[in-house]
Write a protein that binds this ligand. Sequence first.
Ligand code: 13P
Length: 251
Amino acid sequence: MRKYIVAGNWKMNTTVPEGVELAKAVVEKAKSLPANVELVVAPPFTHLAPVAEALKGSKVALSAQNCADHEKGAYTGEVAVNMLTSIGCQYTILGHSERRQYYGETDEKLVVKTQLALAAGLKVILCVGENLEEREANKHFEVVTEQTKAVLYNFTALDMKNIVIAYEPVWAIGTGKTATAAQAQEIHACIRNVIEAKFGAQVAQDMTILYGGSCKPSNAKELFAEKDIDGGLIGGAALKADDFIGIATSF
Ligand code: 13P
């Protein structure tokens, strides 16, 4: 029973009123979506509570873009997992390449964050993906395999039910340069094999693996037609309700 998901990572975009408007537009347009596709929006921390209000009674789930690597206490500027669940957040993105690259997010920290998130009842969207240099050096399979193992091999098959993997090649993020469906498919199949090797075939088959990186309505159909691509983690195109829903109707 694999779940299809389209998640919008708003990154550091929109003011709170703009974000609430966007969430309302997504809720409205999501009404016509088939029941087998789950929609998730991930606005900035400041937006979570008002966006949670806007999503009430809808099928659209709420996600944070990150969480703290401590439960509580003297960690100025950080947001704890129980703060997220207390306003109705269901997911958190972890390990986005922008956090790995600009904020020193390490695999060790991601293990701790994932533990805290799962213990609090949050589902995790764990991002993996190679950069351009690694792709050009033909190391993409190796990099993605290592990133996946480094975090997920610390968890159990049961934990995998609450984890979604997002493959986001760094060279495709915000560049307009999408991975071809074939390039994405071969990495998704590789990730599924890495999951199977540790947790067995059933867990691997049930795992939702999203593609992210310049995904838009015009290329989503081709990507989602691949057998191991179960939806998308969308950046720029998630900031327009029509484009976001256009992607979600591409299965
Ligand atoms: P873009 O869709 O803007 O390329 O961003 C992808 C992404 O990083 C989603 O997390």
